[in-house]
Design a binder for this molecule. Structure first.
Ligand SMILES: O=C(O)[C@H](O)[C@@H](O)[C@H](O)[C@H](O)COP(=O)(O)O
Length: 245
């Protein structure tokens, strides 16, 4: 696990963009494709905007990318709360990516179980069906209580190691969501956590330096069986870490 602390959000976002470019180039060189799952919230917005601008934009072959979401709110795609809408506005609408390679999570469908199944099949069709599909990179955030994707403390979702996508109801509004499960997260080749803000300093310290208690701090459940976890924090979120790396 790599942990890097940055003095401000701009530095963190640029380092994250450089990291994603590197992983994308390695993945495309290795197997001709880069499968990337985006998250929601406010932290990654700056990063996503940077990826659509130089020097990062021209360093990725966007024709070889498959974009997914690690969670989505059950709202229309044009709703201000939609994770798809945020990424589309600041990044995807500005890049030469064919619509077929932008896999919006259908969280606005009435039948959330069927939508979860459909997204599972889309992932399996796109990035592989032998065993659990292995994303090249899943970018995640973390909430002040340690949630990640839409996996929240003390919820049954934390014990989901069979299904890949499930519907959940969570305390952070909007409550109805679809989310990657620990099974899918832990099959990833790379996980990139981007965490900023002093309100997360307790959870950051607990997750990175505390005892193993994923029921309390779901971000701890993210331990890829054969992958690398990278944390990029700003100084505020890292404020309670004992070991300043
Ligand atoms: O849909 C969501 O809400 C996100 O995927 C969620 O897991 C987010 O990453 C964290 O809540 C951190 O959000 P911020 O980066 O806005 O603090």
């Amino acid at each position: 696990m790599n942990v890097t602390i940055f003095s401000d959000g701009e530095q963190l976002s640029r380092a994250a963009a450089e990291y994603i470019v590197r992983v994308a180039q390695e993945a495309i060189a290795d197997h001709g494709r880069f499968s990337l799952a985006l998250s929601g919230g406010s932290t990654p917005k700056k990063l996503y905007g940077l990826l659509a601008t130089e020097p990062y934009r021209s360093q990725i072959d966007w024709s070889k990318i498959e974009i997914f979401w690690s969670d989505e709110r059950c709202v229309p795609a044009d709703d201000p709360e939609s994770n798809y809408r945020m990424a589309n506005e600041v990044m995807l609408s500005k890049l030469p990516i064919q619509p077929a390679h932008i896999h919006r999570m259908p969280a606005d469908e009435a039948d959330r179980e069927a939508a979860s199944q459909a997204y599972t099949q889309d992932i399996q069709r796109t990035i592989g069906t032998n065993g659990t599909p292995r994303f090249d990179l899943i970018q995640l955030g973390m909430g002040p209580e340690g949630h990640t994707a839409s996996l929240f403390p003390h919820q049954a979702s934390l014990k989901e190691f069979e299904r890949l996508i499930i519907p959940v109801t969570v305390p952070k509004p909007p409550p109805a969501r679809l989310t990657f499960t620990p099974a899918l997260l832990n099959a990833a080749n790379h996980i990139l956590f981007l965490v900023t803000g002093a309100e997360k300093d307790e959870a950051v310290q607990a997750v990175l330096e505390g005892p193993d208690q994923p029921e309390e701090y779901p971000a701890q459940i993210v331990r890829p069986t054969n992958g690398e976890v990278t944390w990029m924090l700003d100084t505020a979120a890292a404020g309670k870490l004992r070991k300043q790396s």
